[in-house]
Write a protein that binds this ligand. Structure first.
Ligand SMILES: [Zn+2]
Length: 258
């Protein structure tokens, strides 16, 4: 089937341009990628080599889950196999190659309640992700709106090569998070790499990304003061996370941008 660009979801194109907007300092050049669940069998993902800043419908490819999932079940892989699988997974006749992070997107879009995913490399967050203490920081919260937009904690992924290996590491991290919190994470921090935001709408991804960047700036400011930092207690975090009026606020925050 040849690719019909009218089928590329507007929500995915506008989210990608939002994430690549230089004012957010979240992705430059061809950094980052985004994906959108089409149906049980296929999803859209950014093609390799495109910049999110000015991407249009022709920068995305539709991919079948089946080939990607079969590959993810394998124990061993190499660069040639990864390339062959990405090539074979394309649902339309296109010369474009799906992003090397397609494996990670395929896993995340299979989680309950997840239909859109945005991955970025925000500079302030990367500053935290390059600290030895990054994992401990990812589990703490400093202010209420961070919990509203980003959840009670982030899932944390130790550094691995981007691509196939990263998809397995992300899966391990999400499984640990679900066991601890009883729900899918809103954000995933990848050590020495960047951020993933996942959810049901582009608004959720935008809010979680912007608030993660803000929280990272707050951390950096607090750390640079040299004074001791007061993080919210687990009880305070749980209270905000489960309060009904916070859920109302959560909705409001997602709607506020437009
Ligand atoms: Zn990346």
């Amino acid at each position: 089937m040849s690719l019909d660009l009218r089928n590329v979801p507007d929500e995915l194109v506008s989210l990608s341009r939002f994430l690549g907007d230089p004012s957010h300092d979240a992705a430059i050049l061809a950094e980052g990628n985004a994906s959108f669940l089409e149906d049980d069998e296929t999803f859209w993902v950014k093609a390799s080599g495109f910049s999110m800043r000015d991407i249009e419908a022709q920068g995305f490819v539709r991919v079948r889950f089946s080939e990607i999932r079969q590959a993810l079940a394998l124990d061993s892989f190499n660069d040639d196999l990864v390339r062959a699988v990405l090539k074979a997974s394309r649902a339309d006749d296109t010369p474009l190659m799906p992003s090397v992070e397609t494996f990670m997107h395929a896993y995340l879009l299979g989680l309950p309640g997840v239909s859109i995913v945005g991955h970025t490399h925000p500079t302030p967050l990367l500053s935290l992700l390059c600290l030895e203490e990054a994992e401990a920081i990812s589990q703490q919260r400093l202010f209420p709106d961070e919990i509203v937009c980003c959840g009670p904690a982030a899932a944390f992924v130790p550094y691995v090569d981007p691509g196939f290996a990263l998809a397995s590491a992300v899966r391990d991290s999400v499984e640990r998070y679900v066991e601890a919190h009883g729900a899918v994470p809103k954000t995933i921090w990848m050590q020495n790499h960047g951020l993933i935001a996942l959810g049901k709408s582009a608004r959720e991804i935008e809010s979680a990304t912007l608030m993660s960047v803000k929280a990272a700036r707050v951390w950096l400011g607090a750390l640079s003061s040299g004074k001791s930092i007061k993080t919210l207690t687990p009880e305070q975090v749980a209270r905000i996370h489960t309060r009904p009026d916070e859920h109302y606020r959560q909705k409001l925050l997602w709607e506020l941008r437009r």
